[in-house]
Design a protein around this ligand. Structure first.
Ligand SMILES: *[C@@H]1O[C@H](CO)[C@@H](O)[C@H](O)[C@H]1NC(C)=O
Ligand SMILES: *[C@@H]1O[C@H](CO)[C@@H](O)[C@H](O)[C@H]1NC(C)=O
Ligand SMILES: *[C@@H]1O[C@H](CO)[C@@H](O)[C@H](O)[C@H]1NC(C)=O
Ligand SMILES: *[C@@H]1O[C@H](CO)[C@@H](O)[C@H](O)[C@H]1NC(C)=O
Ligand SMILES: *[C@@H]1O[C@H](CO)[C@@H](O)[C@H](O)[C@H]1NC(C)=O
Length: 423
């Protein structure tokens, strides 16, 4: 035995087998990302760069992505999935830093990689979707323009047909296909929720913004600890207070919009007044002295009345009272929104409106987080990371428990709002 072990090839072989075994033991299964696993494996065996999956010499170009953070995320994912269908790399699109969407010159384009990590995105989404840079393009003259249709006659089927046509024949040979027309958020949707979720999982904030979100979250936790210490004399029994993030949609323009929506859908479960939100959040079972972070649009900050009227024991904070308004005010709208999104994502409990896209995307990511943790019954009472919808009454006049139905066949429910919230 000793003799054979001393030969160099044998040592290498053993080492190789050992590494493979170690790798199998140590690497957790990647959730739904067989692409990464697979291309890694190919890399080890063939020593060739990850060339599986999406073509990296054919590109898709899409119009600038606009509107709120949530709409932009959905539009971006839709552009990625369109590129995937065409087996093309998506040329890194421009996002929009501001919310002024009526006047084009006020759109303030901001490069994707100023908000999300470019390389991280490609690494996490490898084999599924890919982003490319304009410098990767060899011949800019080989552009084929593809006009998205519009109007009632432009059905989902026709749209899909157009995409399929462009993924074969001579269209397929053009180096770039440029889609002209409406912003991707308004394109027809052809993909299940799971596919969108995969793309969202690859979106990681750049360090600068992530650090700002960390600062806000630390502030909230620090407030919870201080309050907890004041209540308890025995320092050994100090438990940090839970933090609840409430995405309050009570701005005037939302109220006008949601009233119209309620009329159209013949329901009264969309608009919630400030009073109703406070009441329902106050009725969440087992919640006694939480720190409540109020994620509200900026204009509302001047009006401190959102801090009044909360249940006894609740510690409501908005950006100003928390002393973090300075962090936000440095940034344009999109980044402020991205920080708030992160703060809501990490909260012990999240409460939002099921007709808000912002709330819906947060619940989608929180649902994924629960799935990753292997929680079976995500609707039971005592789970970690629960979410609620305050616009729908649940048990004992609290808000309704809310998870995303990951087997839904389209993202419609999330982009347009729903009162079917699974729990
Ligand atoms: C995309 O094209 C590459 C290269 O031609 C191929 O290997 C791959 O299977 C294609 N992917 C899909 C999803 O068709
Ligand atoms: C770019 O494409 C055009 C049109 O197909 C062709 O005429 C031209 O020679 C190409 N240029 C290069 C540098 O490949
Ligand atoms: C905490 O301890 C101090 C001094 O030991 C005492 O005066 C105070 O009443 C205690 N407070 C509570 C809430 O127990
Ligand atoms: C704050 O909002 C309440 C209604 O939510 C309103 O009654 C009050 O006048 C507002 N205060 C200020 C200072 O705008
Ligand atoms: C989730 O969506 C699937 C597909 O649309 C549907 O069959 C199922 O009933 C939904 N589940 C819940 C709990 O709503």
């Amino acid at each position: 035995m000793g003799g054979t072990l001393n030969s160099t090839p044998c040592k290498c072989m053993l080492l190789f087998v050992f590494i493979l075994i170690l790798r199998a033991i140590l690497l957790p299964p990647l959730h739904g990302f067989d692409g990464v696993e697979w291309s890694n494996f190919v890399f080890i065996r063939n020593h060739s760069p990850a060339s599986v999956g999406v073509r990296q010499d054919k590109f898709l170009e899409v119009p600038q992505i606009v509107w709120g953070l949530n709409n932009q995320k959905i539009a971006f994912a839709r552009a990625c999935l369109t590129a995937r269908l065409l087996n093309r790399t998506l040329l890194m699109p421009s996002l929009s830093a501001s919310l002024f969407y009526k006047e084009i010159d006020l759109l303030q384009p901001i490069s994707f990689d100023k908000v999300f990590q470019f390389d991280k995105f490609n690494a996490l989404c490898s084999g599924f979707v890919q982003l490319g840079r304009y410098s990767d393009v060899l011949n800019r003259t080989q552009v084929l323009e593809m006009q998205k249709g519009s109007g009632r006659k432009w059905t989902v089927e026709r749209d899909l047909d157009q995409l399929r046509q462009h993924s074969k024949g001579s269209s397929n040979d053009h180096e770039i296909i440029r889609i002209v027309g409406k912003n991707p958020f308004l394109w027809h949707d052809h993909w299940p929720v799971k596919d969108y979720a995969k793309v969202f999982e690859c979106l990681v904030l750049v360090d600068e913004i992530a650090k700002e979100a960390d600062r806000v979250v630390s502030r909230i936790i620090a407030v919870g600890n201080t309050e907890s210490m004041e209540k308890e004399n025995d320092s050994s029994s100090i438990q940090p207070l839970p933090y609840v993030a409430v995405h309050m949609r009570i701005e005037i323009d939302w109220m006008i919009h949601c009233k119209k929506l309620e009329q159209r859908l013949q329901t009264n479960q969309i608009c919630s007044s400030k009073k109703e939100i406070m009441e329902r959040v106050g009725n969440i079972a087992g919640l006694k002295t939480p720190v409540v972070y109020l994620a509200v649009a900026d204009q509302l900050l001047k009006n401190s009345s959102i801090l009044e009227g909360w249940q006894e024991g609740f510690l409501p904070f908005e950006k100003k009272k928390l002393g973090v308004d300075g962090i936000y005010s440095k940034y344009p709208y999109l980044i402020q929104s991205a920080i708030d999104y992160e703060v809501c994502l990490r909260a012990d409990i999240f409460v939002g409106n099921s007709f808000s896209t912002f709330s819906s995307l947060i619940v989608l990511e929180r649902t994924q987080k629960m799935i990753r943790m292997g929680i079976d019954d995500m609707c039971q009472t005592d789970v970690r990371w629960p979410s609620y919808a305050y616009n729908i009454a649940g048990e004992s006049n609290g808000p309704m428990r809310w998870i995303t139905n990951m087997s839904d066949s389209s993202l419609k429910a999330i982009s347009y709002g729903t009162d079917h919230i699974s729990c």
